[in-house]
Design a binder for this molecule. Structure first.
Ligand code: GRG
Length: 296
């Protein structure tokens, strides 16, 4: 294996793609159209940042990749589910995702809703089938993911986001919404690997927990910056859609240079947690920098 994480990314993305392929029902299985839409939602592109965070945390804690496939797949299924819902006419009403038509454009709205509905229980089923893991790890992963995508996680954040359109939120209100909408699933990616590590010292857990919270917030602020500055071709979704929808975002409320500074501060806060792990945290450092510096 090459000894730097960047060189292993293709191996890890191929690994999670093939595990996702195996977890998803084949298109030939009835109901064929639903299964085709589920596969389209999951397997058509995506950076796989959340699975990469799972594997990178696993490298930091010396956990076997076979064990990490389970949370990596489950978290990516939940992420894909949330993107399908996020794009629906009742939510952000987007036609383009990952450079391709959104699921409701490629199929139809009812099929998109059902495909997302079916991806969520599939994620929990994958977690429930965890084998060769520490005692109670499966149930802890189910609880972690349930909280991260529920009403005090991603769904709650989306609800606050929709209600906040056109409103002047304070920085702490905005960051609370971001921590739920986007941060919760990023945080769960890192914590899921911690749950698979037997005898993890509480100080080490707290450091990774703080790393995860900082990088989760930075991820959404960077997403906002790319929506303002990015190119539709590169970001794979229409640039400028936040502004046209009057979304409460960091750049809209505080300006682009404050957004860049906040991202850099969050990156530095995140990285300050990694020194205790020495060189085994290099993959997490690489991913944190990628999250904040992509598109620069
Ligand atoms: C009921 C769990 C549930 C969800 C419905 C729609 C919704 C509630 C939540 C949406 C949450 C959401 C879409 C947040 C935005 C997060 C974000 C920045 C997504 C883009 O992630 P990338 O850049 O996408 O990792 P790729 O395409 O690379 O996978």
């Amino acid at each position: 294996m090459p000894d730097n994480f960047e060189a292993r990314i293709d191996t890890y993305t191929a690994r999670v793609d093939s595990a996702l392929d195996r977890a998803l029902p084949a298109e030939s299985v009835s109901p064929e159209r639903l299964h085709a839409a589920m596969r389209y939602a999951v397997l058509t592109g995506g950076k796989r940042v959340r699975p990469l965070l799972v594997y990178a945390t696993g490298e930091c804690l010396q956990i076997e990749p076979q064990l990490l496939d389970v949370p990596a797949v489950a978290i990516e299924l939940i992420h894909a589910f949330s993107l399908v819902h996020d794009d629906l006419p009742a939510m952000d009403n987007d036609d383009l995702r990952r450079g391709k038509p959104t699921v409701h454009k490629q199929y139809d709205e009812a099929t998109a809703i059902l495909a997302a509905d079916a991806l969520q229980p599939l994620a929990f089923s994958v977690l429930a089938n965890l084998e060769n893991a520490p005692p109670d790890a499966a149930i802890q992963l189910v609880q972690l993911l349930a909280k991260a995508c529920g009403s005090i996680g991603m769904t709650g954040g989306q609800s606050i986001d929709l209600a906040a359109e056109g409103m002047a939120l304070s920085e702490s209100q905005l960051e609370h919404m971001y921590a739920l909408k986007t941060g919760a699933l990023i945080h769960a990616s890192i914590v899921s690997a911690c749950l698979l590590c037997e005898n993890l010292a509480s100080d080490d857990f707290n450091a990774l927990d703080d790393f995860a919270r900082n990088i989760g917030l930075a991820f959404q602020i960077k997403d906002d910056i790319l929506d303002v500055e990015g190119d539709t071709e590169v970001i794979g979704k229409p640039a400028g859609s936040d502004e046209s929808q009057n979304k409460a975002t960091y750049p809209a409320l505080f300006g682009i240079s404050a957004s860049r500074k906040r991202c850099d501060d969050l990156l530095n806060n995140a990285l300050s947690n990694l020194s205790r792990f020495g060189s085994s945290a290099a993959p997490l450092e690489w991913l944190a920098r990628f999250i904040v510096e992509r598109g620069r």
